[in-house]
Write a protein that binds this ligand. Structure first.
Ligand code: PSU
Ligand code: MN
Length: 341
């Protein structure tokens, strides 16, 4: 990141980003596609801790109007801990890093509309080149790459994409995994649902050099979590005991210049857990019913079917775990600031 004389932020790719559009005349002939909110820009300048937040969960995970409520709550829990939230997504063809309340309302309101798309790495350029046509909820992959491009290093999310069951034939492997491997970033998530192939996902992440850990007690064997349930039947390669320890691990990777990311699985709080034995048949049936839907539409279709089959019960679990992840991510970001400066 460099600062031009007009105090605007320019990232490695040469995008410039300004919160004040009137400043564009000072920094180049054309405005860039990234708009950083005043609050986030100020936090970057003054080295305040920031936490990046994804938006695919609002556009393709949670139904209206709960998605809007959740977006507000996510920002509130982060702010309560003294960290600046940076909700990341696309509105009217423009990338936003940090959204105002009005912008959060607009992106959550546009969930389910035909011009609101799910955005991963491969989708971004098209949606920016198409003028003001599209809104976009960024997946973990999309959020990682945009956060990293402006220097945001910790993001909190709900569920991670992975290698789909039968992925050895279909080759359906979420770009979340490759994006984790190519950016120096720390991601907090509550695991992947059992419609994914957890062992193959772990193998893939190992090959890609991604550090994988789960919050828990080092003296016990700890599973990577299964999203709605704390167990997955699959042991976590590493166990970390606190957000502060997680921040130290991430900070070491940054100082080493590894250039690859790290994952911190945070199991759903016990009181909100839906047992694996209860979720597994529902998920199996959801996968079966949506098997004809391929590509990027598959994950949202499975999620919608699970919501239907749990009669909305999965939603409260999802809400609680993602809010908890925001808290843990915020504490990591606080500690990272302390370690760095
Ligand atoms: N799993 C969930 N909830 C979600 C997602 C996955 O339980 O909201 C979203 C996340 O944004 C994740 C994306 O990054 O789906 C993965 O999609 P795909 O499998 O198409 O890569
Ligand atoms: Mn996929």
């Amino acid at each position: 990141l460099v600062w031009d004389p007009a105090c605007n932020l320019i990232n490695r790719q040469g995008w410039h980003a300004a919160s004040l559009k009137t400043n564009y005349s000072n920094i180049g002939p054309k405005p860039g596609p990234v708009s950083i909110s005043k609050e986030v820009l100020n936090a970057l300048r003054t080295r305040k801790p920031i936490l990046g937040l994804e938006t695919a969960i609002y556009t393709h995970g949670f139904p209206k109007p709960d998605n809007h409520q959740l977006a507000l709550e996510m920002e509130a829990v982060v702010r309560d801990l003294g960290v600046v939230p940076a909700t990341i997504g696309i509105l009217d063809g423009e990338i936003h890093i940090g959204m105002t309340e009005e912008q959060l309302k607009r992106i959550t309101d546009s969930a389910g509309e035909p011009h609101t798309h799910k955005i991963s790495r491969r989708d971004i350029a098209y949606h920016i080149a198409s003028g003001t046509q599209f809104n976009g909820g960024t997946t973990i992959a999309g959020t990682i790459l945009l956060a990293e491009s402006v220097g945001i290093r910790v993001i909190a999310t709900g569920g991670l994409g992975g290698v789909h069951k039968g992925g050895e034939n279909s080759m359906d492997i979420s770009a979340d995994l490759t994006e984790l491997s190519r950016n120096n970033i720390a991601v907090v998530t509550s695991g992947m649902k059992s419609f994914l192939d957890a062992p193959r996902t772990l193998e893939f992440l190992e090959t890609q050099g991604v550090f994988v850990s789960t919050f828990g007690n080092k003296s016990e064997k700890v599973d990577i979590p299964g999203f709605f349930s704390r167990e997955s039947g699959c042991l976590s390669p590493y166990v970390v005991e606190s957000p502060e320890e997680a921040a130290r691990i991430y900070f070491a990777s940054e100082r080493l210049g590894l250039g690859s990311g790290s994952l911190y699985f945070n199991p759903i709080p016990e009181e909100y857990e839906i047992p694996k034995s209860e979720m597994d048949p529902i998920i199996a049936s959801a996968v079966e019913k949506t098997s004809a839907i391929t590509g990027k539409d598959n994950t949202p279709a499975v999620l919608a079917e699970i919501l239907k089959q749990t009669e909305g019960r999965s939603m409260e679990a999802n809400r609680q775990l993602v809010l908890n992840n925001a808290k843990i991510g915020a504490r990591m970001s606080l500690e990272l600031s302390r370690l760095r400066y």
